[in-house]
Design a protein around this ligand. Structure first.
Ligand code: OXD
Ligand code: MN
Length: 597
């Protein structure tokens, strides 16, 4: 097949990678439906994917990964900068030359007998100011088909790149799917990503976490913008006005659900709507005209967790994946050739194959031992087109992005954080982001689990030193004349029996409306040691059963004892981040401690 570009930087790099991996042939992905369809047919013929019921699930396919290859592997993810301190203490680090020597041995000859696909892709709308281009080389059709959904792929990317060397080089080889030799590596100084011995999404769809977060966060610092692990949503008011919020939560805190929320009945009746711009990643730039921070979602699709997605928790996600979707590691219902997962409905298939490829029915399922007995892997996924989402924002393809009114941080805290609070200012808000954390909750016993600090939900995704990343947040605040206000929410406060108090899901809009009202100075608040907390009567509870103003008061109370206990944990974490922690963050920490008394 002919090359699709004359760009000598691209061609010489591909030559070099092909000389090392030794594929039988090289195929350029042009983004055409015709080529995609031929690849689907080929992958079906080898069993790599299974074509599902085309009446019920048009253009949908199922894939099962290797059993040892079902999630991101943080302990095997490396940031390879020349100096160790540039990667920092939170990332795994290895010197570039040393890592490459190791990798090249694994890559050498790894594509013998296979095809190398060349995927030119864009993160962001091709040609927009936000867009960044990448080329992924892979020997997996599954990767090609996923990239066609998750990113903007095609010859227009090569045209936009022209003869420039400014693109991110990504090399992925499945090799032996050997967990002991699995590496997800980033070379931010040379714009390279190398992934080997995995076939699982987060490790191999190099545009997502690897490029759009790790490499992009590095570029953002260098170039004066931000790459964040944030959803983007728009709230449409009954009068037609729209306001946008970005929000960062650690994995497994319901980001996709919040991004696509459906307003509760009472608010819907008044005319409120929510539009989704993105569910996972936001790129943020200061707009020179109005001095506001603007956000785009650089992705083109959703790589969502399937289990727990249902008509009640997230009908929009469910409808998004009824067509043009690749399901990974879910249950295959053999009777009607569809898919199923735990939490989809109460109607598990009787005749089915589980994510491991073994016969399965619900009698094998033991709730107490989900990991071993679930039909769908707990981290099973759908890869679906954003364009198919019923609530996708009309601004999804906007060249300039959407203006951000509020940035929201969140975590899963049983006691410590109230339902919502507002930071005093950008600097304090950056501090609030730096101390973000999530707990594992043992719901039944009401026990408080282990705290994992996850600053800005970026712990696994910052492509450089965490302390320098915090400094970048502080610096950005000074460059945004009309900066968004920064908030923190916690949907997961529990009562003494360990039950969640706040209903969550669509009702979270009630909290978002308070947040947006604050951004416009339309509502008062109470100043506390941790920030501004709503007056209970300012959270709209119309139509909410079981929630009284006293419940809201409870949800908004600041539990000083647990904050004081948390301070010790924060100090230990700051010490771990080490010397690069900005002095300003320590000042904010001391000020918080003083306010707590
Ligand atoms: C994801 C994650 O898959 O954050 O989006 O883990
Ligand atoms: Mn994520």
């Amino acid at each position: 097949m002919a090359n699709l570009t004359n760009n000598k930087f691209v061609l010489s790099w591909i030559d070099e990678m092909a000389a090392m991996t030794q594929p039988d042939k090289i195929v350029w992905i042009d983004g055409s439906e015709e080529q995609a369809e031929a690849l689907r047919a080929e992958a079906c013929s080898t069993g790599e994917i299974i074509k599902l019921n085309q009446e019920l699930l048009p253009n949908c396919y199922l894939h099962r990964t290797a059993i040892n290859d079902v999630a991101r592997v943080e302990d095997r993810t490396f940031i390879c900068t020349t100096k160790k301190e540039d990667a920092g203490n939170i990332n795994n680090w290895m010197a570039p030359a040393e890592m490459k020597e190791k990798l090249f041995k694994l890559y050498r000859g790894s594509m013998k007998g296979r095809t190398m696909y060349v995927i030119p892709y864009s993160m962001g709308v091709v040609g927009s100011d936000f867009a960044k281009y990448g080329i992924e080389l892979t020997d997996s059709i599954y990767v090609v088909l996923n990239m066609l959904i998750m990113t903007r792929v095609g010859t227009n990317v090569l045209e936009a790149l022209g003869d420039s060397a400014d693109y991110i080089k990504g090399l992925h080889a499945r090799a032996d799917i050997d967990a002991e030799n699995r590496y997800i590596t980033h070379f931010p100084e040379t714009n390279e990503i190398m992934s080997v011995n995995s076939g699982y999404g987060g490790n191999v769809l190099l545009g997502k976490k690897c490029f759009a977060l790790r490499i992009a966060s590095y570029l953002g610092r260098k170039e004066g913008w931000m790459a964040e692990h944030m959803l983007i949503l728009g709230v449409k008011y009954p009068n037609g006005e729209k306001k946008y919020i970005t929000a960062a939560f650690p994995s497994a805190c319901g980001k996709t659900n919040l991004a696509m929320l459906i307003p509760p009945k009472a608010l819907k009746a008044e005319g409120y709507e929510v539009e989704c711009v993105g569910d996972d990643i936001a790129w943020l730039r200061v707009n020179k005209e109005d001095g506001k921070l603007y956000a785009v979602n650089p992705e083109n699709g959703f790589f969502g967790v399937a289990p727990g997605t249902n008509e009640k928790s997230n009908p929009n996600a469910l409808h998004t994946c009824l067509r043009d979707t690749i399901f990974t590691n879910v249950v295959h219902d053999l009777d009607n050739n569809t898919v199923w997962w735990e939490g989809l409905n109460d109607n598990p298939p009787a005749n089915a194959i589980d994510w491991r490829g073994n016969p399965w029915d619900i009698s094998k399922y033991d709730k107490a031992n989900k990991a071993a007995t679930a039909g769908a892997h707990p981290n099973s996924r759908f890869t679906a087109l954003a364009a198919n989402c019923p609530c996708i924002s009309p601004e999804f393809n906007s060249l300039k992005g959407v203006p951000v009114s509020a940035i929201v941080f969140g975590g899963r805290r049983a006691k410590t954080a109230p339902l919502v609070y507002q930071s005093f200012n950008w600097q304090h808000g950056s501090f609030v982001g730096s101390i973000m954390a999530s707990e594992t909750t043992a719901a039944a016993a009401g026990a408080v689990g282990v705290v994992r600090r996850d600053p800005m939900a970026m712990r696994p995704f910052v492509g450089y030193n965490m302390g320098d990343y915090w400094q970048h947040w502080l610096d950005m605040g000074k460059k945004i004349p009309n900066a968004p206000k920064i908030f923190h929410v916690n949907w997961f406060r529990t009562d003494d029996e360990g039950h969640f108090i706040w209903p969550g899901f669509g009702d979270n809009l009630r909290v978002l409306l308070w947040i947006l009202a604050r951004c416009e100075d339309k509502v008062d608040a109470v100043e506390t040691a941790i920030g501004y907390v709503p007056k209970a009567e300012d959270i709209n509870i119309e139509g909410l059963e079981d929630i009284t103003i006293d419940t809201i008061r409870d949800l908004l109370s600041v539990d000083v004892a647990s904050w004081k206990a948390d301070i010790e944990n924060i100090k230990a974490f700051y010490a771990q981040v080490g010397e690069a922690v900005p002095a300003t963050m320590y000042e904010e920490l001391a000020a918080l401690e003083a306010r707590l008394g």
